[in-house]
Design a protein. Sequence first.
Length: 188
Amino acid sequence: MASTSDIRNGLCIQYNHDIFKVIEFLHVKPGKGPAFVRTKLKSVTTGKVIDNTFSAGHKIEEVRVETHRFQFLYPEGEQFHFMNVEDYNQIILNKAAIDAPDLLKEGEVVTVLINSEDSMPLSVDMPASVVLEVSSTEPGVKGNTATNATKPATMETGAIVMVPLFVNEGDKIRIETEKGTYKERVKE
């Protein structure tokens, strides 16, 4: 059993007969009254995100997890196929278990959280940023770097990301996976 002081991003807990992953948390100590922890929890089975507040010292049931590196092979409808890079075993995960499935490129190596008790995959941790090629967007105009204006661009994976006006088709850009936002243009 863990307590609220052990809450951190990425922690998997047993709550309301389901396994949840902590996405965000904030320890709050008001001037009047007891301290508490505000959390945003994502169900690893359904993908549903809920807000919950735990009082200070509340006992939570932590789920023991192992992390393994897997390579993304291909999508098949709502299911995504991955291969363990160490022993080459393959697993299939639902789209809901992945934080940003539209930013996942074939061949990308990700970290998969696996429940140590029953060896069931729980969720996929994406890298902090990914490099994708712009497959279609309006043509860029030279000199459009002074303003913060943006335009939609479709990536090679099908994701639509708002990019600055100077980005053209064929450019490779770095995208922050947590927010799904443009970070920078990459020269290769």
